[in-house]
Design a protein. Structure first.
Length: 559
């Protein structure tokens, strides 16, 4: 009988049955003298004892404002020490932290604050080209004339408290640093009393998924979801209290706050932040200065680090592990990271926000060829199956949609039962929309998004396969393949290529490189050379935007 594409992560290590706040209490007791948080650009260096005290004081301060367990509190900021404190303080106080994309503008901010009915918002004054204070004042002009904590807004009637980072004073807003001051035994006793009522299945975090169409959806995650996922991510990396993880990925996304912060905290490791946003030089400086043993990043980040002109001058010899995730990981890039950055135990992780996020991860002792060509095996305590268009499980080695089930699956999208039912079926399987294949040994390969597959004259083309081949070309730095309209075949493949600095090439050279190496129908009909790809702030390439751009540029209309 042919083996079915169903796998489950049976494991001897049990799931953690605790809230994030209670678990942090135990970690602080065990690893009090170990460094917890290092933020290079803020000159922050706290051990677990100090970090725990600051978290507790901030949590008590939030409750002192009159916030109650279950209230939603937004955070709109770049990477900083305060963001990390808010993540753990809201969990400890029973509040639900709402991650707001730093790239959001006025209408997006108003939408998310209204959608989940935020009672409070913590915000940075500004970041890059965004003046957060001015944007917020435009959304709630009433803040100019109210005392802190007494906002009454027509547009956002639930929003009462606005808390700003930094030392300056702004009308109608609290200062973040004041919240944790003057906390005494009574306030800490109240915090402990609240903590005793919290359950690990309570919501703790809402993350808005960008999506390719429609308004963002608020994936609601529980303590149980993200605490356990963070723990088992760290287990796959073999993190210990001796590890120091450099985290240049955004905190507002699962990559920063779960694969980064929670993987570290559950193992007593140090969280090390090199800057407010990604900068290749800052990462290299921080990895060397802080003797980091691990590094996270999306493929484009690793490419930028490897290609930095001063790369060879840095001592990265203490690097051991880390995670490359967020978008498909080119084999050529992985090979260079292992060889040149000493990350022999780097792992690949795969998942989605709605699953807390990781469902598959490679192990540090998997053969290198499998670590660079697959996403590893199913995570502990999770189930995965691959199904065809009718929802039937396919045999091993056959492509289909990846579905996952288990502790990591979100309860649902906040305030959106219809979208929740579309994503999670009655048997609690989360439909990912990703096309995948599981081999006989349980290793999984992602072959694309179901919407990314290009159908050329009845032939299915998986862009990932062509991208992996084009990465072998010595002049290609990065490449993405998309389908564009074609009157004869329905769709044709378009390769969008970023060349290495100083290199020149034309479309004929690229097609000639493919000729005789890959099937004729997979050879890109169109080749475009670009300077950059449209991306989300987390480094995910927006293929739907790229498709539209290429269709327009080529005069082929839009889908």
């Amino acid at each position: 009988m042919q083996q079915a594409s169903y796998v489950h992560g049976a494991h001897t290590t049990p799931l953690i049955g605790a809230t994030i706040g209670a678990y942090l209490d135990g970690v602080a007791e065990r690893f009090g003298d170990h460094e917890a948080l290092v933020v290079a650009h803020q000159k922050v260096r706290w051990n677990y004892r100090e970090f725990h005290q600051r978290v507790s004081n901030l949590a008590a301060g939030l409750l002192r404002l009159g916030l109650n367990p279950g209230d939603r509190i937004g955070i709109w900021s770049q990477n900083c020490a305060e963001w990390v404190l808010v993540q753990f303080a809201t969990a400890k106080a029973g509040l639900v932290m709402v991650n707001i994309n730093p790239a959001y503008r006025r209408s997006e901010l108003e939408y998310v604050l209204d959608k989940v009915q935020c009672s409070a918002l913590i915000l940075a004054p500004a970041f890059k080209s965004s003046d957060y204070l001015t944007i917020l004042q435009d959304v709630v002009p009433e803040i100019h004339h109210c005392r802190p904590g007494a906002l009454r807004s027509d547009r956002l009637p639930h929003l009462r408290h606005v808390i700003r980072l930094g030392a300056d004073q702004t009308p109608g807003m609290f200062n973040f640093d004041e919240l944790g001051k003057g906390i005494g035994p009574d306030e800490l006793a109240q915090l402990a009393a609240v903590g005793a009522t919290l359950q690990f299945d309570d919501a703790v975090n809402i993350q808005f998924t960008s999506g390719t169409t429609g308004a963002p959806k608020g994936a609601t995650l529980t303590h149980h979801n993200i605490l356990n996922n963070g723990f088992f991510i760290g287990e796959a990396m073999r993190l210990t209290e001796r590890d120091r993880l450099c985290i240049p990925v955004p905190l507002y996304h699962c990559f920063g706050m779960v694969l980064g912060n929670l993987a570290c905290v559950t193992h007593g490791a140090a969280m090390v932040y090199p800057g407010e946003g990604f900068d290749a030089k800052a990462v290299l400086d921080t990895v060397q200065a802080e003797r980091c043993t691990a590094l996270h990043g999306v493929p484009t980040m690793f490419i930028a680090i490897l290609d930095h002109p001063d790369f060879g001058q840095y001592d990265l010899s203490r690097l051991r592990t880390g995670i490359m995730a967020g978008s498909p990981c080119p084999i050529e890039v992985m090979t260079r990271v292992i060889k040149l950055m000493h990350m022999k135990e780097i792992t690949i992780a795969y998942g989605m926000t709605e699953t807390s996020p990781v469902s598959f991860q490679s192990s540090v002792d998997d053969p290198i060829e499998l670590r660079v060509s697959t996403i590893g095996r199913v995570h502990p305590h999770l189930e995965v199956k691959i199904v065809d268009a009718e929802g039937r499980i396919v045999p091993r080695g056959v492509k289909g949609e990846l579905l996952t089930r288990g502790y990591s699956v979100m309860p649902g999208y906040w305030g959106d039962e219809d979208k929740t039912r579309e994503a999670i079926d009655p048997a609690r399987w989360m439909h990912t929309g990703d096309l995948a294949m599981i081999d006989e040994a349980g290793f999984c390969s992602i072959v694309g998004r179901s919407k990314d597959m290009v159908i050329r004259g009845g032939e299915n083309i998986y862009p990932r396969e062509v991208e992996e081949f084009l990465y072998r070309h010595p002049k290609v730095l990065d490449v993405q393949c998309v389908g564009v309209p074609d009157p004869k075949y329905g769709e044709e493949l378009c390769a969008c290529i970023i060349l290495r600095p100083g290199m020149r090439a034309d479309a004929e050279e690229i097609r000639g490189f493919c000729d005789g190496q890959i099937a004729h129908y997979k050879i890109p009909r169109h080749v475009r050379f670009v300077d950059a790809f449209p991306m989300t702030v987390t480094g995910k390439i927006q293929k739907f935007v790229l498709r539209k751009q290429m269709s327009t540029d080529l005069g082929l209309g839009t889908e």
